[in-house]
Design a protein around this ligand. Structure first.
Ligand SMILES: [Zn+2]
Length: 283
């Protein structure tokens, strides 16, 4: 479903659909697009870009936070419409080119999670800055939600005030059945890397936080507040990355507790089977 496009701050715009963010950064030398929502979102995104007075053909670079169908699905079509180059983390680039999550992705085991593959994706390294004219965005690898998760930062200015914009990737610990962030016999633990990513987002210079799921930066509530108080931009909140990180840490801790309880129960079941056999009531 469409969502009204709007200017977040300076040359940073929201051109996503309802419930899935897509961000546009504009200059007169070309545009940068971040994420592509669902495959069927591409024409809606293109319409939103046009509604703001920009041209899809002027997109020079498309980058991705993480290669799941709901954030990467529209990228192939938008790439074709614009001839833009596409860039992502090394793991993200592999997933984009494959048209689906890599087999080390926590959500790999979910069915029907493919999307149109993207050709010729450029890999970026941690802290690498990509430029389009005077626009410069920096990649921060923040693995956790996916192995290739990437947070992107840039600066946007209005008159004489420049702000740090953070498009922080999802930090939620969501996995298909059977996957454990704490690791198992076949996979190492992801916990340290995930915690590191959360701390990284927490420490970024951050005046405006945007995330792939708009409810995680309270987009619609902020837009409502903006209508009521047009002189105060509600998206400028210097503590927002810290709050996002605190919430993510709590969410991950909850997930790890669940995994421990589940493996404790499994262990108890195994012992009960050993001691009492399969048919006895052991409660
Ligand atoms: Zn995802």
């Amino acid at each position: 479903m469409p969502h009204e496009p709007f200017r977040v701050y300076g040359n940073t715009y929201y051109v996503g659909v309802a419930g899935l963010s897509v961000i546009l950064i504009a200059s007169n030398k070309g545009l940068i697009l971040l994420d592509g929502a669902l495959p069927q979102s591409a024409p809606i995104i293109a319409a939103s870009i046009a509604k703001l007075g920009f041209r899809v053909e002027d997109i020079r670079l498309i980058v991705n936070t993480h290669a799941h169908f709901d954030h990467a699905g529209g990228i192939a079509a938008l790439q074709r419409a614009s001839s833009a180059s596409v860039a992502a983390s090394p793991s993200g680039a592999r997933a984009l080119e494959a048209g689906g999550p890599t087999d080390d992705d926590p959500q790999f085991g979910f069915r029907n999670n493919g999307f149109p593959p993207v050709q010729g994706v450029r890999s970026v390294s941690d802290n690498e800055t990509l430029r389009v004219g005077e626009l410069a965005i920096t990649a921060h690898l923040t693995p956790g939600h996916t192995p290739g998760s990437t947070t992107w930062t840039w600066r946007s200015c209005e008159v004489d005030r420049c702000l740090n914009i953070v498009y922080a990737d999802s930090l939620s610990a969501v996995a298909a059945p059977g996957f454990r962030f704490t690791g198992d016999a076949t996979r190492p633990s992801r916990v340290d890397g995930f915690m590191h990513s959360i701390a990284r987002v927490e420490s970024l210079p951050c005046d405006v936080l945007l995330t792939p799921h708009p409810e995680l930066f309270d987009m619609d509530a902020k837009l409502q507040r903006w209508r009521e108080q047009p002189n105060v931009n509600p998206f400028i909140q210097s503590e927002s990355c810290k709050h996002y990180a605190v919430q993510a840490r709590r969410n991950l801790q909850h997930r790890l507790d669940e995994e421990r309880v589940a493996s404790g129960k499994k262990q108890a079941r195994r012992l009960a089977l050993r001691d009492h056999g399969p048919r006895r009531n052991v409660s």
